[in-house]
Ligand binder design. Sequence first.
Ligand code: FES
Length: 127
Amino acid sequence: VTVEYLDYEVLDDHGWSIGDEDLFERARRADLDPEAHGQFSVNPGETLLEAAEDSGFAWPFACRGGACTNCAVAIVDGEMPPPVGHILPEKLIRRGIRLSCLSAPITDDAKVVYNVKHMPDVEEFLL
Ligand code: FES
């Protein structure tokens, strides 16, 4: 599984939104640093968070067990199963929000925005 990732902070800085169709094209053109945008692969049995860490990235997390949403990502392309035993409300699941500490994409290619705990909808739920 190959994952192309993008930091939500970049969206915020550029005024881009998760729903923008050309979001990842823009990211590729913007010459962002490797922390903010790039690709890595996920090995079988790994969670998305572990795969990011194996690739040398420090993605946000706290509990690593589905209880805090610090590790939330938005899946923009591809599929990532909503994990069992988590605290995400249905509304966020429907919008593609997943927890990177609990699962990983199951499609060969996926695009995810990480760091979405700062996204207004997710934040609102956390408050
Ligand atoms: Fe807490 Fe994933 S790190 S839900």
